[in-house]
Write a protein that binds this ligand. Structure first.
Ligand code: ZN
Length: 453
């Protein structure tokens, strides 16, 4: 097989992918700040990374996919105060909701979620190293990174200055800073704010330091892939590079930086003030995870995606054509004549995806294949097996779980989840409930099958 290549924001080139160690891949994606529901843009970002990780695994790489959860931040403190609840309670609630939303979207590739507040000792240690090496300094309100001491600052984004448009820059304002864009590593807590008593003084971590403390804990000072949405390139990812490379003296922190493009709604930037805001949860309930996954994956990750009823209707049309083909496959039928075609399709899909994750190209290959198969009469087992294999990464195909009511499907999914968690009694209760609704469940080697009684 050929070589996987993809674009890295650091080199601004399409590069051949070579992990630091053999086929082991250490991969980190910035997780959510848990102060509100995940929105549809987050859903797109995480679905596209879920797909990439699944593809790496499909390709034989052994991926450790790590995601952080920012559970302490100005936004959380502010929202908790507005709601009159404790910050920890608020963060805990939205963390739970985030995990549910990811599960509902079938974004299941993450190996480990790491909460910022569980890494205070590691954060403290990293800030101490930066202070010791002269890259950080104390002011009256916190400890800051001195970007004047790190000449490589800006190498990822090509920028060193923030601007008013950086909606998520979260550039820390302080009168005592040496440079305008110096960022907080540690913030001394104001009265009433959450506080950790550490050697750095009573305070809480800055936003950027949690990522490098977490990735250093799992991967060490250098690793393979870091991902996130494009809005995180500056200053967040620039700050991560500065922190870790300054602390370790090793460069680069990360070999390959992958950034996924934005999602617009009806060609406009999504924002609460424009009233075009949609949560991941609302969208999944309205459209179903299969259509959303198909829609997100069928677009190239570096192209801005326009979320509109028209585009969704088009995606739905395409998904229906796929469904009709897959549901029509007769698995009792040995279609050996198709062996060559299926092999060819797999090679073609891998070639497309190896080329900077060309998902639109890969999906076009599937549709060409379907057109070709229609001219050859009945398709059976071989094609079925290949599509099942492909679905390990796409996860938007429907294999003949009979068309059942949405409410029933939800119960079936919940039961599957319970079984995974080995809660068999609760799972069995759901099976009975599903039976009362007129459906019978069978657990088979190929997965769960649902039939009308
Ligand atoms: Zn991050």
């Amino acid at each position: 097989m050929d070589q996987l290549r993809f674009y890295s924001t650091l080199s601004k080139k399409i590069e051949a992918f070579k992990p630091i160690k053999d086929k082991k891949v250490n991969l980190f994606v910035c997780g959510p700040t848990v102060y509100d529901f995940a929105h549809i843009g987050n859903a797109k970002t995480y679905t596209q990374f879920d797909f990439m990780v699944r593809y790496l695994r499909f390709r034989g790489y052994e991926v450790f996919y790590l995601q952080n959860i920012t559970d302490i931040d100005d936004k959380i403190i502010k929202r908790a105060a507005e709601r009159g609840v404790g910050w920890k309670k608020l963060a805990g609630e939205f963390e739970q909701k985030y995990l549910e939303d990811m599960q509902a979207l079938h974004n299941t590739a993450v190996n480990q979620y790491a909460r910022a507040t569980d890494y205070i000792p590691q954060i403290t240690k990293q800030v101490k190293v930066l202070l010791g090496k002269g890259y950080a300094y104390k002011t009256s309100d916190g400890i800051y990174f001195d970007i004047g001491k790190f000449p490589d600052y800006g190498k990822l984004s090509g920028r060193t200055e923030g601007s008013r448009d950086d909606a998520v820059s979260r550039i820390d304002e302080s009168r005592d800073k040496k440079n305008k864009n110096d960022f907080a590593l540690w913030k001394f807590s104001k009265p009433g704010e959450p506080v950790w008593e550490t050697e750095l003084g009573a305070g809480r971590p800055g936003w950027h330091i949690e990522d490098t403390a977490i990735t250093e804990s799992f991967f060490g000072p250098q690793y393979d892939v870091h991902g996130g949405a494009v809005d995180l390139i500056f200053p967040h990812h620039e700050a991560e590079i500065a922190q870790m490379e300054a602390a370790s003296g090793l460069s680069p922190l990360v070999r390959y930086w992958i950034h996924v493009a934005f999602l617009n709604i009806n060609a406009e930037k999504m924002s609460k003030s424009k009233g075009n805001f949609l949560t991941a949860r609302e969208a999944t309930e309205k459209y179903g995870y299969r259509l959303l996954r198909y829609f997100f994956i069928s677009q190239h990750y570096r192209t801005t995606l326009d979320f509109s009823e028209q585009n969704l209707a088009q995606a739905k049309g395409a998904l229906t054509r796929l469904d009709e083909f897959v549901l029509d496959l007769d698995t009792r039928y040995e279609d050996n004549k198709n062996q060559e075609d299926t092999k060819k399709l797999k090679v073609e899909i891998v070639a497309k995806l190896d080329n900077d994750w060309d998902t639109p190209g890969a999906i076009a290959s599937i549709f060409n294949f379907i057109r070709q198969q229609h001219t050859r009469g009945k398709s059976g087992k071989n094609v079925y097996r290949l599509f099942q294999e492909l679905n390990q990464m796409f996860d938007f195909l429907d294999f003949g779980v009979p068309k059942i009511a949405d409410g029933v499907q939800k119960l079936v999914d919940s039961r599957e989840q319970l079984r995974k968690e080995k809660k068999f009694t609760e799972a069995d209760d759901l099976r009975k409930k599903i039976a009362e609704m007129g459906y019978e469940i069978k657990d088979t080697a190929e997965g769960v099958k649902v039939n009308k009684i």
